[in-house]
Ligand binder design. Structure first.
Ligand SMILES: [Zn+2]
Ligand SMILES: [Zn+2]
Length: 383
């Protein structure tokens, strides 16, 4: 690092200023002023300064607060995921599955029962593994492993694809991002669990949303009808039929007047059931869309052999080399199919079932420290 030539001059100026003001200003104020003055001058005249450094310095308190909040909210978010998922599972057991059993043909009932339970097991397994599996850390002891840079915060060498997490306060092997919903970093050893959790949760939400669509329409109409009944005066004939539950008296169904009959009302249980169905459909549909988009984004990154962080780094590098008339090539891109096989840990054909479609705790390819797989594009793995 070069020493700023203005440093000694600045120090001299500060000393002169302090000497002039001695006797009139308290010493602590003079020292604080001197430090601030020196800091401002060094920020403005340091030869290593750039707008990136200034921006980073200005936003450092914001990043610090965000890191602290994310760390604190991590456990709250995990509880939220567990509570919301459990509530949807409960509603599915109490409302959705009984409806399927009473309305569908036997083959469809078997399909819904098998698919629903398989999906639930896959969600629970991958979420548990994603939160409990360590993402992988670089060794702190002296070693001969190749490294590409040095972490200023951990004061340790960083292997390729390793990045520092400000929330975990450590370096993570092949770091993708810090996920508050897992309260864990997503790195080399738990990236597959995170991605599979996203895939199976999206599928589960799509299943709930499609299967519960008619229930939602019935419940919504019934609730709207109930609201209309509340504002109507007694003696007004009742029209319309609630599809989920029988709320219309037989007289009204036969076109007869119901002036003599008091307006029918919902029981507490019926209201609760209707509201639960509406809650389930709205939540699962929203999550299906939002999480589906995130999952597709991660699938695209995996196909390209990139992590979320590398996406930004590679983009900058690509633009820089394009300006020089060169083409950037991602050294960790082994071809789409090979990238997926490496990511999912598929080594033979049967692994697509046993390691992808069933719960599996196998470790990923490699140790996360070196990336010299003998693979290139259009050279598929020997499967
Ligand atoms: Zn670090
Ligand atoms: Zn982290």
């Amino acid at each position: 690092m070069r020493v700023c030539p203005a440093g000694p001059v600045l120090l001299k100026c500060v000393r002169v200023c302090c000497r002039r003001g001695r006797g009139r200003v308290p010493r602590c104020v003079r020292e604080a002023w001197g430090y601030t003055h020196l800091l401002a001058r060094s920020l403005c005249f340091n030869s290593l300064i750039s707008w990136d450094v200034v921006n980073d310095s200005l936003f450092e308190p914001v990043f610090w607060a965000a890191d602290r909040l994310t760390r604190w909210f991590g456990r709250v978010f995990v509880c939220l995921v567990v509570v919301l998922t459990s509530s949807i599972v409960l509603i599915a057991y109490l409302v959705l599955l009984p409806m399927v059993i009473h309305t569908y043909a036997p083959l469809w009932i078997v399909w819904h029962l098998c698919y629903g339970h398989w999906n639930l097991v896959m969600i629970a397994f991958h979420y548990y593994k994603a939160t409990r599996t360590s993402p992988g850390y670089p060794p702190t002891m002296k070693n001969d492993l190749p490294f590409v840079s040095f972490c200023k915060r951990c004061v340790t060498p960083k292997p390729a694809r390793t990045h520092h997490c400000g929330i975990c306060k450590t370096c993570i092997l092949r770091m993708d991002h810090h996920c508050p919903w897992l309260n864990n970093c997503v790195g080399h050893f738990n990236h597959r669990y995170f991605f599979s959790f996203c895939v199976f949760l999206t599928l589960g939400c799509v299943w709930c949303s499609i299967s519960g669509r008619n229930l939602f329409i019935d419940a919504y109409n019934a609730m709207e009808h109930f609201k209309a009944l509340e504002v109507e005066q007694p003696g007004v004939p009742v029209k319309g039929v609630g599809l989920l539950i029988g709320i219309v008296p037989p007289e009204a169904m036969n076109g007869q007047s119901s002036y003599q009959t008091p307006p029918p009302t919902f029981t507490y249980k019926e209201k609760l059931m209707n509201k639960s169905v509406i809650y389930m459909w709205v939540l699962t549909s929203t999550v299906a869309v939002a999480l589906g988009g995130l999952t597709l984004w991660h699938a695209m990154l995996i196909s390209r052999g990139e992590t979320s962080i590398e996406r930004h780094i590679n983009k900058k590098e690509r633009e820089r080399l394009t300006k020089r008339g060169k083409v950037y090539r991602n050294p960790f891109h082994y071809g789409r199919l090979n990238n997926w096989k490496l990511f999912l840990g598929v080594e033979k054909r049967s692994h697509w079932v046993t390691r992808v479609l069933l719960p599996s705790s196998h470790a990923p390819h490699g140790d996360g420290l070196t990336w010299d797989f003998p693979l290139r594009k259009k050279e598929p793995l020997p499967v």
